[in-house]
Structure formats: C-alpha cells, structure tokens
Ligand binder design. Structure first.
Ligand code: PRX
Length: 567
C-alpha cells in the first residue's frame, strides 16, 4: 500500500496528531518505545512476520520474527531489572551490529532505563569520556570489545555491571562481569514495561562539537512520533518493504531509523554486520530483495568508485526507494544512482539533536540534484543572518539554518550541560550549526558547517578531541587538526604537529602517532595525514589559528591575518 500523498497536500493540514492517532496514543498516556517496536506490532497481528534478518561477516544468518523481538527484548529487560537497573539509569550498548544491539536497545527502554549506544570502534579514551559523563551504570558488550572496558573499569566505580553477550560457558568472569546469552536464555513471555510518559528520557547519543568534550544528546520516548511518521512518509516504509538502513546504531541514524522508525512501522529489516565492499552490498540487496535502502553519501561515492561492471552482475530490481543522510549528497551521486539503479538517492538532512529528518526530498516531489529538499511537514525551517538572526527576505542568501523548536523528537537537553544547550537557540530558533541557502522554490542548498567540526564519511569528529589525544603522545609538543578534501569521505582528518625537543620527523613516528590516536579515539578520528612543522600559526594571544591551515588545505583565500603572531 502506498503512503504517498503529495507534499503540498501534506503541509496543508499537517498536525503531529496524525502520528499520535495512528499509534493510538493520547496525550498523558504511557508511551514506551520498546513496547511500540515489538509488543504493539504483535498485537497488530504481525507476530510471525520477520522483523530482523541479520547476516554476519562469515555469512551466517539469524532471523527474528516480531514475536521473537518481543520475547527477547522482554528477556533482556527482565535480566537488567533483576540486576537492579532502575529507570533513568544509563545502560550503554557497546557492540558491533549484532542482533543483541537492536533487541537490547528495546529491552533497555522497556525497563525505563536510558539506552546509551556507543560506536564499537571507539578506543578506551573515547569510551571513558562518554561513560564518565553519563555516569553509566551498566555496559552491554561483546568479548572482543571487553578489554577496552576492563582497561578503564578502575576509573569508573559507578559502572556496576559489564554484561557479556557472548561469554564462553564455564569460563570464569572478571570483576563486575555477568553473562547474558540472548538466544539461549529462557524467553520471558510477559514483562511489564515501565510506564514511561512522553517526556521520560529514552536515548542518550554522544555528538562532537568544536570545543569541549562530546555532548550527550538526551531524547525522550515521545520522539517516536517523529521517527514513526518520517519513516513512513519520507523513507516511505510500507508493509511489504524489505528495508536496509546501513547505519550503525552507535550513531543516531542507526537508532532513529535503524531501530525505532523501522520496528514501529512493523517492516522487515535486514542488517549486514560486515565491512564495506561493493560486491557484498549488491549481493546483500539481491539476496534479501531489499526494496528500501537508507544509506550515506560516502557509501554511495564508494559504490560509484567501484564502477558499473559489478552492478551488472546482480539483480537489483527489488530496489524501489533510496535515501541518504549524513553529509552533502552531491548532484553527481543523485544522477548516477538514477542511471544505474533506476532510482535517485533522495537526500535527507537532520542531526543527532533533531532526532529525526528535518529537511528532505519528499517522495514524489520534483528533485533538484544537489539540494537537500524542503522541510518535513510540521517543521518550520529557514535560513537566518548569522549576526542579526533574522530570516532573509530574498532567496539565494547564505545564512544559518534555523528550525522552529517544538517537533516531538527534538533533544530535551545536553546531558549536564545546560549552558551549551542554551547557546543552540537564538531569537526563538534552534540552530543546528550549518549554513545553507534557500532558492525561490523553497529548496534548501547545503553550504557547510558553521564550526570546525570535521564530517568524515558522515561521522562528526571534533578537532579538539583529536588535538587533546595528540598532545598525550610523548613526541608531540603542539597540534592543530583540520579537515582536508577527500573524494570518498568528502573530508578526512589532517594533523599539523610540532615535535618536542629530541624528536624528529620520520615515517615511523608518523605511523606511531596515527595508531596512537586510532587506539585512543577511533579509526574515524585517526589523522590520515600528519604534517610536521616548526611553528603553528597563532594569534598574538597564543591561540592556534586553525582557519589558516584549513584554508591552505582547501585552496581557499586565507582571509584576515592581522592578528597573526608570526606575520
Ligand atoms: O552538518 C550536518 C551534516 O551532519 C550533521 C549532523 O551529524 P550527526 O549529528 O552525526 O547526525 C548525522 C545523521 C543524521 C549536520 O549538522 N549533515 C547531515 N545530513 C546532511 C548533512 N550535511 C549535508 N547534507 C545532509 N543531507
């Protein structure tokens, strides 16, 4: 059945109550995402429908019906409750894209606790900063990632439980460790979900800023309203769809659309837990007859690079609808996908803080390749002057993207960081920190970020975090981190480094510093290039001028250097 009603019709009479009614939710009632994504789908008569089809790197496959998802999320919820986890405590999910991550997420929410997903490639430093900030009580992880947790356990007295989903039977467990084998544990038929309300906290995702440590973005159970409806209308999820969201639930796309949007719409979703290759992706689409595919520009550019020969080897005729998020989707990628898949990737724009799609190429709307499209019905978006914070009167002006607060999935706070949260609002607008223009037909054209955060392959990396990690390396005296252009990842991390006396540039040192950052932070944050220099450009007051280094990398005008110390 189609969800398509024209964009113009949708905005004419839009009200979030449309989603509330479809979900049978009334203001003031209990709303629990865990229940909506499993029990409710079973009540709708879809208990035996496949909900999750998972494939691992070795090719093994696991299938879970909606009833399995209900039972296994109950089992995990009961386990957590028996451990003593209380509502609103933070429970971290630190796993690869395995079924326990998807189902565990729902289990945590069923108990009323807050799910805190963290990307499994994070190193111990990245992990510690986020667990420490959230004062996380329990972490659910796999054997292979446990050493990173054990390394920092001594610094985290508040972390009471390290839950291993794949502990070897009979093998003794370490301090604070417990085993939970989801597939072998006895199913819990009935679990009384904690009666969370609209404003009860649900998910805590960490995102990077230019300065300071990563911020914990607090979402609430009412976010379901936005995530359900945008999945239905923009991703156009339909009853018969086989859906594939390629994002990792360590990041917001993987939870808002890889878990909540998918399961609350009761579709069958497939997960591929394996590294990227064009062959394996096309084989996956062919094998599972994927019809809706939500991915990211970096992946699309990698597919473009792999060429068209490989596409012809596979039957991709099941693809009906494609969408993309996370970074600018260049017009070439849109045109290419239309040619090779017979469908264009539709760009969608949003961020961790917004919780759901804000601006998008709505299905059925005229596509202008390279444009992000128009605001979702119910979202008031504009572009404002960066100093007066007033919307521009005429089209084509570049300014800050501004969103009128009030949609259901808006973040409710930065965890313990009221001041930074307040700074995101100006003149009654929420400012995501991006620049754009709007054309005469109301289409948004992304220009760039309004800060120094590096978006590499759709993942935000804070230059501050990388610089801090670099400074811990014994050879590094000072560092400045900027982005440099890259065809596939759009931008990658580059570090300028001055060395301490007694250390000299060499390729060994270069590699050593790169690995040091990779292990501490993550492969994404690892500089792809290190340039050793004698002096970093600084202002007279001693502040490193990243702007100058950035401009050089991008071949841009350097601009005003009147405050430069070493002129
Ligand atoms: O700068 C924008 C960019 O990614 C940022 C959000 O990153 P994150 O919070 O990690 O969430 C990513 C997935 C929702 C935005 O502030 N971004 C996101 N989508 C687009 C984009 N830039 C250009 N075009 C997009 N479609």
């Amino acid at each position: 059945m189609t969800n398509i009603v024209s964009y113009e019709e949708r905005i004419k009479s839009f009200n979030w109550e449309i989603a509330e009614q479809e979900l049978n939710y009334q203001t003031g009632q209990v709303i629990n995402i865990g229940w909506y994504c499993s029990d409710r789908i079973c009540h709708l008569g879809k208990a035996d429908k496949p909900g999750l089809i998972w494939e691992g790197s070795s090719g093994i496959e696991k299938r879970y019906t909606y009833n399995d998802i209900r039972l296994k999320s109950n089992t995990i919820a009961q386990f957590l409750q028996d451990l003593g986890i209380r509502p609103e405590e933070r429970v971290c999910l630190f796993m690869d894209k395995i079924p326990e991550l998807y189902i565990g997420f729902l289990g945590i929410l069923k108990t009323g606790a807050i799910a805190q997903p963290l990307f499994s490639a994070f190193g111990d430093e990245s992990l510690f900063i986020r667990l420490d900030n959230a004062r996380t009580t329990a972490i659910i992880t796999q054997k292979k990632h446990a050493p990173k947790v054990r390394k920092i356990l001594g610094k985290m007295p508040y972390l009471k439980h390290l839950i291993l989903v794949d502990a070897e039977p009979g093998k003794p467990l370490g301090e604070r460790e417990v085993a939970l084998n989801m597939d072998e544990a006895e199913n819990v038929e009935h679990f009384q979900c904690f009666p969370t309300k609209a404003e009860s906290p649900s998910v805590l995702h960490y995102t990077s800023g230019t300065t300071g440590q990563p911020k914990g973005v607090k979402h609430v159970h009412y976010s379901l309203i936005s995530q359900y409806l945008t999945s239905k209308w923009v991703l156009d999820l339909r009853e018969e769809d086989i859906y594939w969201c390629t994002a990792d639930p360590g990041w917001v796309t993987g939870t808002s659309y890889g878990i909540i949007g998918a399961f609350s719409n009761g579709v069958t979703q497939c997960v591929l837990d394996a590294g990227f290759s064009a062959e394996s992706w096309y084989r996956f689409i062919e094998k599972h007859r994927i019809s809706m595919w939500y991915s990211a520009p970096t992946a699309i550019r990698s597919l473009m690079k792999a060429g068209e020969e490989v596409i012809r080897k596979y039957d991709l005729s099941s693809l009906r609808h494609l969408a993309s998020v996370g970074e600018p989707l260049n017009s070439e990628a849109v045109i290419w996908s239309e040619r090779v898949f017979g469908r264009p990737f539709l760009d969608t724009y949003w961020q961790t803080e917004t919780g759901s799609i804000m601006i998008s190429n709505y299905p059925g709307m005229k596509i202008k390749p390279g444009s992000m499209g128009k605001p979702f019905p119910g979202i008031t978006a504009t572009v404002i002057h960066p100093e007066t914070y007033q919307p521009y009167d005429e089209p084509g002006r570049i300014g800050l993207i501004a969103l009128k607060p009030g949609w259901p999935s808006m973040m409710r706070a930065y965890w313990n960081n009221e001041e930074t949260y307040r700074k995101k609002f100006r003149n009654g607008w929420y400012l995501p920190g991006d620049r754009s223009s709007i054309d005469s037909e109301g289409y948004f054209w992304f220009v760039g970020r309004d800060d120094d955060v590096i978006n590499t392959g759709g993942h935000l990396v804070s230059p501050f975090e990388v610089e801090s990690a670099l400074l811990e390396h014994p050879a590094v005296a000072e560092s400045a981190v900027v982005s440099k252009p890259d065809f596939v990842n759009m931008e990658v991390v580059k570090a300028f480094v001055t060395l301490k006396p007694g250390f000299f540039p060499s390729s060994d040192l270069d590699l050593d510093i790169m690995n040091f950052v990779r292990k501490k932070l993550s492969p994404l944050a690892m500089p792809q290039e290190i340039e050793f220099i004698d002096n970093l450009p600084k202002t007279r007051s001693g502040k490193i001028m990243r702007r100058i280094l950035h401009a050089k990398e991008w071949g841009e005008e350097i601009g005003d250097t009147s405050t430069l110390e070493n002129d």
